[in-house]
Design a protein around this ligand. Sequence first.
Ligand SMILES: [Zn+2]
Length: 349
Amino acid sequence: MESTATPPRHRPASGQSQPRPDAPPYRVDRLSEERAREGWMEEVLADDRTLYLPLRPGQGALGVESLATDRALQMVERSVLPAGEPTLHVYLGRVEDLSTSPAAGRHVVAIVHPGAVWGQWKDAGHDGGARWAGLRALAPVLEAAEAELLTQATAIAAWHAGHTHCPRCGAPTTVVQSGWVRLCPQDSSQHFPRTDPAIIVSVIDDQDRILLGANARWGGQRYSTLAGFVEPGETLEAAVIREVGEEAGIVVSEPAYVSSQSWPFPASIMLAFTARATQTSVRPDGEEIIALRWFTRAELAAAVRAGDVTPPTPLSVARHLIENWYGSSLPEPQASPATDGAGPPVAGR
Ligand SMILES: [Zn+2]
């Protein structure tokens, strides 16, 4: 697996994008105590200032799409919503006042309707010219609070879509607590949204070189850090050691946490680590990883400039790990024309 798209990331190691060290690393306050309260959702739905984020079941692995213009989410007020009960309402939170989004200082609710309902609504001209798109395409261009809203909405909507029935008795469950819990009417069991942890790791050797791998799905030139899912009953550190062993055939030590990135494709969080290689004779697993290379900083810079190696997209946690080791931003490839820095969305795992 890999991490190349750009949902919001907690970056304790960077500091550059945090004007205040005591500021929370989020722009949307989920108000998790309030949203669990009886009647909270009704109050929010009755508030004229509440904005709604339209969602529909989409194509592909992610399965959720939202409306957006070129660089912003298309959130709408209650007065223009489609008539009739939606498939789902989820309370996302209150956006910070300083945001440049129209949602600044307002509650935002994700609202899911079938595609056909939104289609008629769009045909009636309520969409402001926005188009349907997924998180992977939108995250690189959205303002930070809107990227957070969409990441959260995508993850929770995908969970609901895949968890409509009670895992104990099979009865259809109902949505409670503003969209954050499902309740079984038969046995009263409560079911909470899940997030699957995955580790991603920069492996460094005793010559201060970094190990990068080419995944079978990426086409050969794109190199990134190794990654994989944490298994039940396993610590994050053990997962780092096991994954590097499986994918590269070497033993690493001193796994150390760096930062995290939400990765709702459909339900993961990427936990970034760095680790020391105790050997350098690597062997790609041949299935997921087809090639492995050790790079000095000069070698990686030269390979990227020449276009021989394509690094992960600039806002990904994989790129963050590589640039943490490199010491600054990676150079741009010299052969290709300049881009706006966001880069194209790239297919993930
Ligand atoms: Zn049940």
